[in-house]
Design a protein around this ligand. Structure first.
Ligand SMILES: [Zn+2]
Length: 87
């Protein structure tokens, strides 16, 4: 585990996405819905500090409207509850 991976994990946890612990293609980690376990793509760990959170923040609206995230709607629920708390 490295610091960037921890940061990526924390950032995605906010919207209910789990980052798998084992790298799939060297530096890529699979993303999964925390509620139903569906695969939601992957993320690379070649990010600079602070970027992972910004990426997730920038995508919050897409998660909220359901354009990103799982079909079960979990990320949408999470993103909307964050938006209400912190507009
Ligand atoms: Zn799901």
């Amino acid at each position: 585990m490295n610091a960037i991976l921890d940061e990526i994990r924390d950032a995605y946890a906010i919207v209910g996405i789990e980052v798998e612990g084992i790298a799939t293609y060297g530096t890529y980690y699979r993303l999964r819905c925390e509620r139903c376990g569906r695969a939601l793509g992957s993320v690379g760990d070649r990010l600079l500090p602070g970027i992972a959170r910004r990426i997730v923040n920038d995508q919050l609206e897409l998660y909220a409207t359901g354009l990103l995230g799982c079909q079960c709607g979990y990320q949408s629920e999470r993103a909307r509850s964050i938006a209400q708390r912190d507009p």
